[in-house]
Design a protein. Sequence first.
Length: 188
Amino acid sequence: MLKELKEKLKDCTNCSLCSSRSNIVFSDGSENAKIILIGEAPGADEDKSGIPFVGRAGKLLNEFLSNAGIDRKKDLYIINTVKCRPPENRKPTKEEKNACGKNLEAQIKAVNPKVIILCGATAFESFIDDKKMTISKARGQIFEYKNGIKLIPVFHPSFLLRKHSTEPNSPRDLTLKDLILAKELSNL
């Protein structure tokens, strides 16, 4: 199912993002993963490679995953809320996320994870409709999704690139704790 969806999306024109993309950024990792990590949208490096989280933020994410005992290739299936890069790395619009929503849902259904890590505010807002809840307030909490799937919000690694402290309760420390929680909930 995922192979067919990826092939179909190569010619996708459901929103205006198709006009400026180099590549569809479909996924990375294992289709048998117990954890899905959902990011915001592809950046320039991702658009060139067709793989999510390969730039500076991706390198930092890899470090955090490793420290949490999560294998990026074996334990995760990594996707974004949209499959094409928004111009100038802006946040995807509601219309763009809606246009890609069925694709996102199809990927989640096909993988059928135990846990979804919502990486950053855009991913969080795509699943939790609470205008008063920010990613800073939401991280550390467990939310429910369809079929008992747990949602774990975490700070986006691009935010962590600007926050270097690893002191207790710093954003980096909290992110590591959240990833460890996701691993525990997935029974890895």
